[in-house]
Design a protein. Structure first.
Length: 850
């Protein structure tokens, strides 16, 4: 971490300093108002956002003790007489300039990683392969954006001997800034793929832009089998080691053999060529020691075994070997280390545990920056009052005293109620934890914990499990998790946040968002989804029935919640939980009014539904005058909003009808507004209307299916990510002769000798029976396997005759990456909504952040 005076920072970023305390020291950079750690020594960069300028958070941050801010010239500073302000033209540029300066203070080797896929895996693997020899500073998780990169590089200090940073870009012009911040000495270009990316003219332009990261490296690594990459790299003049099957590659891939659960890769290293590049030794830093054996004219063989079989892992592993070769490691050393590569869990997972706990499992990486990220996630879990952290020793460090103080401080900041430490280092520093956490417990080892484990020790709490691989804490999470069957619905919270941001950016900043979380958030969860929507500041939630709202209140959700179907029997639950009913008819109006009167409640918030042609619920136009009268002649109600629902907003063929509905709606609003003495929120647009009818955004939109990543317009106007993946596993594989049949009613008659796998999902899980007999299919190792025979209640048979290498226990994707819900819905002759909400509750939901 850097530590600079505010004066010095102002000079570095060429700002105009308005200093009340020139000696103030800054060591933490803050860009997100929700992530304050060291208030006194933080500098907040008020970055402009698509909806909210960072300026809007200054008042709150100031109240929380932050006294240093970087703002642009539009900000009025006079309300904060005790704070320091650096005023700049562009706040993002200031952040980047400061960290670029910080980077320039160090002359250690730095590996800069970019590409379309595999950046984070390559970075984490390099860390694993090199951590024995270096004190490494690296990007936390996938912090690779215009903001993430400076925050990552800011961590660099005098103890580090190697940096590993990744850089991602989404449009031209961004890489130059990142190059100055990372200033890599070794470049790594990972898989480029050929996915269409909107902001680039073509693939060549994209590669060219990425290569800007490597301006000034003294060597780079790239795939020599991708002709466009080779051409672009050669044109750039950057010294490069190519790896690949082609003859020109310095690191030649001679053979790749996939065996049971692992792959053997034979490489030949052309040392002469490598030495000639290394001897170029351009700009900096001091060259690394070069351990290769004396030069021969014959290529040196190098054989590696990796515990993976998929092509992406193979490519990433070869890339990592190439980096080690380029750093001067010997073949023996590389062979020795590479077999220990493990899958990188880049995600934080949350499952429901026994005794009503939520279990967050992050038991793979132990470092302070990923601990902070995990603690933020833990903090968002409003459903439990109690929070427990189970942590193992971190890897060796030169300064354990400081590290464990930092950890204890972070736990204190997040108000952790209970701390369970595993390992001798934590025990050694146990008083640091005892001082800041009410309840502490320490164990020598994971075994020690398991021996003493009592499940009743844990109830109604959110538990974060985090530690280094060595401790195998996944054994602890297995004890705490609910045992469920192997069919799981995985929900990416990251995707939901991404989708929300896509819509937020599309809307005017003043337009509110009501997130539709009815029917368990379209099948994907309840408070788990509401928590992140609350955290990311949607304005309203809507549920179908009162009990769904009660559930959210119990889980600590404080946002206003509209209930679309208030039943008389639920009025108590509604008012006791501060839920806001939709009033759609005179009988509902009368009975709710009666109830409010009995309870002595006044000005209760309600939402008025108008029927403009959907003919489901709502007041008709001819009833509006009478409605206005009924609302105004008493003080029981406050009309929060008036809305209607469109019948065909996704269908261009119904646009005229949609416009007609909107006109009717506006007429009703005008009539109501004339009689009501206050303003109300107007809203009509659902997901499809947000994109297709921007003129109908009015004061608020009701965002439903788009949040979960399904584009109901099929226009792809926004880049949505599907949040849900339904996965199961193969229970058994059989070889069956032509002419035999598979499943109930002998419907699946085999036309050829076949291999049939039985998977653990059936119609009771929501896998619809009309997908039987080839109508639907699932993905096995990325290949489509058609359904064979009739789908049964709990099981389905699939035909894997054409898919090599499938084994019992393998994962099967029912929908998700590579197989969209929309596709499945089409096969099942229904709509995505029905597929999503039809996944039964016996299917375990797992939530993760990427
Ligand atoms: C479900 C629902 C929505 C959301 O519809 P999507 O098509 O999923 O965006 C909006 N308004 C009302 C009244 C709804 O019932």
């Amino acid at each position: 971490m850097g530590s600079y005076s505010i004066e010095k920072i102002s000079a570095i970023v060429q700002g105009k300093l308005l200093a009340r305390n020139q000696n103030a020291l800054v060591d933490s950079l803050l860009t997100d108002s929700r992530k304050v750690v060291h208030a006194a020594t933080s500098l907040f960069f008020a970055l402009p956002g698509p909806r909210r300028s960072g300026h809007r958070f200054i008042q709150e941050l100031h109240a929380r003790g932050i006294k240093n801010f970087v703002v642009d010239f539009s900000f009025e500073t006079k309300d904060y007489p005790d704070a320091n302000f650096i005023r700049v033209v562009n706040v993002l540029t200031a952040l980047q300039t400061l960290v670029a300066f910080h980077r320039s203070q160090f002359s250690i080797p730095v590996v800069g990683i970019t590409g379309s896929n595999g950046k984070t895996i390559v970075k984490e693997w390099l860390n694993l392969l090199l951590e024995k020899d270096y004190q490494i500073v690296r990007s936390p998780k996938s912090y690779n954006s215009q903001i993430g990169v400076p925050l990552s590089v800011w961590q660099m200090n005098g103890m580090h001997t190697l940096g590993l940073f990744e850089a991602g870009i989404s449009q031209p012009g961004e890489m130059q800034a990142l190059q100055k911040i990372i200033w890599p000495t070794i470049g790594v270009l990972t898989h480029m793929g050929d996915a269409h990316s909107e902001n680039f003219k073509d693939q060549r332009q994209k590669i060219k832009e990425k290569l800007l990261l490597f301006t000034g490296v003294n060597r780079m690594i790239a795939n020599g089998d991708d002709p466009l990459v080779v051409e672009t790299v050669e044109a750039s003049g950057i010294p490069c080691f190519f790896w690949g099957k082609q003859a020109h590659c310095a690191i030649r891939v001679v053979d790749i053999k996939k065996e049971e659960a692992h792959t053997t890769i034979r490489l030949e290293v052309n040392e002469q060529e490598m030495a000639s590049v290394l001897s170029l030794n351009t700009l900096h830093p001091p060259p690394l020691t070069f351990h290769l054996s004396p030069l021969t004219s014959h290529p040196a063989p190098l054989t590696i075994h990796i515990p993976f079989m998929d092509d992406a892992a193979i490519e990433n592993a070869i890339t990592c070997c190439s980096v080690l070769l380029a750093m001067g490691y010997s073949s023996e050393a590389i062979t020795d280390r590479v077999h220990m590569l493990k899958p990188v869990e880049m995600r934080l997972e949350m499952k429901r545990g026994t005794n009503n706990c939520s279990i967050i499992n992050d038991s793979y990486i132990a470092d302070i920056s990923s601990l902070r990220i995990a603690l933020d996630f833990l903090e968002q879990q409003q459903q439990h009052h109690k929070r427990t952290v189970i942590l193992s020793d971190f890897a060796e460090t030169k300064d354990p005293e400081n590290l464990y103080s930092e950890i204890a401080f972070a736990l204190q900041q997040k108000k952790i109620n209970r701390f369970i430490g595993i390992g001798s280092h934590l025990y050694q520093y146990k008083n640091k934890f005892e001082q800041v956490v009410a309840e502490t417990l320490f164990y020598d080892s994971t075994e020690d914990f398991i021996t003493h484990f009592l499940s009743t020790q844990f109830h109604d709490e959110a538990i974060l499990i985090k530690g280094s691989r060595k401790f195998a804490l996944e054994r602890i999470s297995a004890l705490l998790e609910q045992k469920a069957h192997q069919t799981v619905l995985e929900i990416s919270l990251t995707a939901i946040v991404h989708n929300l941001k896509q819509y937020q950016q599309f809307l005017q900043p003043s337009t509110k968002i009501m997130a539709m979380v009815k029917a368990f958030s379209y099948g994907s969860g309840s408070y788990e989804i509401a928590n992140i929507l609350q955290f990311h500041k949607v304005d309203y939630l809507a549920v179908a029935y009162a009990d769904e709202g009660v559930e959210l209140r119990k889980a600590g959700i404080g946002l206003p919640i509209m209930v679309m179907n208030p039943e008389e029997s639920s009025y108590h639950a509604i008012t006791e939980n501060n839920l806001e009913p939709e009033i759609f008819s005179f009988p509902v109006l009368a009975s709710f009014r009666q109830f409010l009167q009995e309870q002595g409640l006044q000005n209760y918030p309600v939402h008025i539904k108008i029927d403009t042609g959907m003919h489901r619920l709502g007041f008709e136009l001819k009833e509006i005058k009478a409605l206005a009268g009924a609302l105004t002649n008493n003080s029981f109600f406050t009309v929060q909003s008036v809305f209607t629902h469109l019948a065909g907003s996704e269908d261009p063929g119904l646009d005229i009808f949609t416009e007609w509905q909107a006109e009717q709606y506006l007429l009703a609003c005008t009539q109501l507004q004339e009689l009501l003495p206050y303003a109300f929120i107007r809203h009509i647009a659902n997901t499809a209307a947000i994109v297709r009818h921007p003129q109908l955004h009015f004061d608020m939109v009701r965002l439903g299916i788009g949040l979960y990543g399904t584009d109901s317009t099929a226009m792809h106007a926004l880049e949505l990510k599907e949040a849900a993946t339904l996965k199961t596993t193969i229970a058994q594989i059989k070889k069956i002769k032509a002419g035999e049949t598979v499943g109930y009613a002998r419907k699946g008659i085999l036309q050829r000798d076949s291999i049939i796998a039985t998977i653990r999902i059936g119609y009771a899980d929501g896998y619809r029976r009309n997908l039987s007999n080839g109508a639907g299919g699932v993905l096995v190792n990325g290949n489509l396997a058609p359904v064979a025979g009739n789908i049964a209640m709990d099981m389905t048979m699939i035909d894997i005759t054409d898919i090599p290498g499938v084994r019992e226990g393998d994962d099967v994707i029912v929908f998700g990456k590579g197989l969209s819900i929309a596709q499945l819905a089409q096969w099942a002759q229904t709509i995505p909504y029905e597929i999503m909400t039809g996944i039964s509750q016996r299917v375990q939901r797992v939530y993760y952040e990427e």
